[in-house]
Structure formats: structure tokens, C-alpha cells
Write a protein that binds this ligand. Structure first.
Ligand code: FES
Length: 152
């Protein structure tokens, strides 16, 4: 048990220590996510970064922010991690500026297929199942018992 329900309001986060692991618990539009507070890139406190929506731009000047896919941006180098999966979405070692073929297509050929064209990065941040039980927020770290709230 890491908190009482209501301790983490929508849009808030709580960073807790569970069995020696620093874990951030986020309330994004009423959905709870738990992710390790350590960036797999170089060890920054990942959970102190900004939470952003996924930006998609199906055409120039038309961008949309999808809040259904929350990304956590590392405060050190800005790598983004999907709060739902822990997957990183950028790898500067493999990302190069390159040219791309440009084509003009009819409106109906464009559309959503280009809206979410992201490539996964090399890292996945540790995530944990988080639930609300009897007005308590519970993070499951895999069988280890620890109750900082003293509930039992
Ligand atoms: S330490 Fe997180 S992106 Fe570099």
C-alpha cells in the first residue's frame, strides 16, 4: 500500500519508496500508473519529468495531442517513455537526420496511418501494476510485502 485513494488527485503524482525502490505513481485522467523512478538511459529520476500527450501531425499545421497515450519525459535528456508500457520512444544513437522521399497524395490516401508513426527506442522503464483497493492505492512489486501506510 503506497497511499490512500484521494491522496493522488487527477494530474498529480506521488513518488514513494517500496522495498528500496523509488516508484512514481501517476493519476492520469483517473487512471493510475506506476513506473520506476530511474531512467534506464543514465539513471535520472524519471518520475520528476513532465507528463505529455502524444503529438500527432497528420498534415502540416494540423497537430493533435492524444492524452490517451501519456508520455513521461525524462528531466535530463528528454527521452519519452510511455506510461502505459514503459517503452522509450527515442534513441539519439540510432536517430539520424536523413532525407525522405516526398510525395503528394490525395487526402483519402493520407490520414491516420501517418498520425502515430513512432519508432520504439532501446529501453523499457520498469512498470508495476497499480490498483485501488478499499480506498487504498496498492502497487504490486511482485510478491514483496511492505506497507509504509501501516495498513493491514
Ligand atoms: S537519463 Fe533519462 S534520458 Fe538520459
Amino acid at each position: 500500500v503506497v497511499a490512500r485513494a484521494g491522496d493522488i488527485l487527477v494530474g498529480d503524482r506521488l513518488i514513494v519508496d517500496v522495498a528500496g525502490r523509488s516508484i512514481g505513481v501517476f493519476n492520469i485522467d483517473g487512471t493510475l500508473y506506476a513506473i520506476r523512478n530511474r531512467c534506464p538511459h543514465q539513471g535520472a529520476e524519471l518520475c520528476r519529468g513532465a507528463v505529455l500527450g502524444t503529438v500527432a501531425a497528420p498534415q502540416p499545421g494540423d497537430f493533435r495531442i492524444d492524452h490517451e497515450k501519456p508520455l513521461l519525459s525524462c528531466p535530463w535528456h528528454g527521452w519519452e517513455f510511455d506510461l502505459r508500457t514503459g517503452q522509450s520512444w527515442w534513441d539519439p544513437k540510432k536517430t539520424r537526420v536523413r532525407d525522405y522521399p516526398v510525395d503528394v497524395v490525395a487526402d483519402e490516401e493520407a490520414g491516420e496511418e501517418f498520425a502515430d508513426e513512432r519508432r520504439p527506442g532501446p529501453f523499457v522503464a520498469d512498470r508495476y501494476p497499480v490498483t485501488e483497493e478499499d480506498f487504498l492505492i496498492v502497487v504490486d512489486i511482485g510478491g514483496e510485502k511492505d506497507s509504509p501506510m501501516g495498513a493491514g
